[in-house]
Design a binder for this molecule. Sequence first.
Ligand SMILES: [Zn+2]
Length: 129
Amino acid sequence: MGPEARKHIRQCWGCDCDGESHEGGTRPLGAQKYVVDIMAATIEKLTGYRPPTCPWRAMYDPLVGPVIRAARMADRGLGHLATDQDPPAILVDALGVYLDARENVRNHDDAEEHKERMAKLEARAKKGK
Ligand SMILES: [Zn+2]
């Protein structure tokens, strides 16, 4: 993907991750904008939050890195090592939001995989008749 295509996607998201604000500017229309709108709606449906920028922009938030590290450590039963003894409430809250969102996405992905498997089995069963 070339720089013009990436710029177009940032404009569709209204994202400033290219160092320039696209807020209040005209957002492009067309197929790419349609895809971005579907992605934003799907993220909102699964996580409860509509991303105000492209999803990758969230990685610049100083809270996101510690939350992901804490979640990874918690998956191994070592969450207490990823935070101070008395972690700030905002980190605890953010961790809860992240873990809920991650679980919702995993459940969604599992359900989609199950649907695909069932559709393949049904198609195979129909062929066999
Ligand atoms: Zn961005």
